[in-house]
Write a protein that binds this ligand. Structure first.
Ligand SMILES: C[S@@+](CC[C@H](N)C(=O)[O-])C[C@H]1O[C@@H](n2cnc3c(N)ncnc32)[C@H](O)[C@@H]1O
Length: 231
């Protein structure tokens, strides 16, 4: 912002239109983003933020709409504000691959840590009715959808709880689809708690400095890779 003010002060002509100021602000923010080595996807965000804010103001929408949108996003992306893991969903192809893996493992107990709306936990529980499936999810809205989807499945337990409070000793297979930010800490927890011979599977994000037993390439839109670690 200071940079914007200096730029605007240095060229008074630019103050003539709000649009010009908006343009300068966006470019200045984008440039700072490059200087600060933020990920590249911040650049369009910086460029578009103020123009979109002004466009929304021009629409004169009632203020409760903004509050409702913010509350809805908070209920879905609970914890993300602190830099935690957001919600995005595994594909059907990932669920199919995991169903085949738990069958090969002859797993009696499976956990999805950060289960979202149950894209993995629900189909696995349906296909393996004798396997116990435990889903851990902290965000209120995904948890509610997950609990609703699992309501008729006797072999599913849904915990509205922090995955860091789980005890992994009781599972034969543990699945996660989280974020690179937590993989070191999670790898430590897995090695500490899971029993020898059991299997830890991480979708998309490997555990640093732990060579996986195998990596499964899934033919879905994202080109998901499943990193499999034998304890
Ligand atoms: C990328 S989504 C994956 C959802 C699901 N496992 C799937 O594969 O479709 C990650 C989920 O983990 C949840 N999550 C993140 N941190 C968590 C934590 N500490 N405890 C419980 N859930 C968490 C998020 O709310 C989000 O729903």
């Amino acid at each position: 912002m200071t940079f914007t003010m200096v730029l605007a002060w240095a060229s008074p002509l630019l103050f003539h239109g709000v649009l010009r100021l908006v343009l300068i602000q966006g470019i200045a923010a984008a440039l700072w983003s490059v200087v600060l080595r933020q990920p590249y996807w911040w650049i369009p965000i910086h460029l578009l933020f103020l123009p979109l804010a002004i466009a929304m103001l021009a629409l004169q929408l009632p203020s409760w709409l903004y509050l409702s949108a913010m509350l809805l996003l908070a209920l879905v992306f609970w914890g993300t504000v602190k830099g935690d893991v957001p919600l995005f969903l595994s594909s059907h192809a990932v669920a199919d691959a995991l169903a085949a893996m738990v069958e090969r493992e002859n797993a009696a107990a499976f956990a999805d840590l950060g289960a979202g709306v149950g894209s993995v936990a629900v189909p696995l529980a349906e296909r393996h009715p004798v396997m116990k499936v435990e889903a851990w999810e902290r965000a209120p809205l995904p948890w509610l959808i997950l609990a609703w989807r699992s309501r008729g499945l006797a072999n599913v337990a849904v915990n509205r709880a922090n995955l860091w409070d789980s005890d992994l000793a009781g599972y034969n297979v543990v699945f996660v689809f989280l974020s690179p930010a937590v993989m070191v800490e999670l790898g430590d927890k897995v090695r500490r708690e899971m029993r020898p011979g059991s299997l830890f599977i991480s979708s998309s994000f490997p555990v640093p400095d732990w060579p996986p037993e195998s990596v499964l390439q899934i033919a879905d839109r994202r080109g998901t890779r499943l990193f499999c670690y034998r304890i």
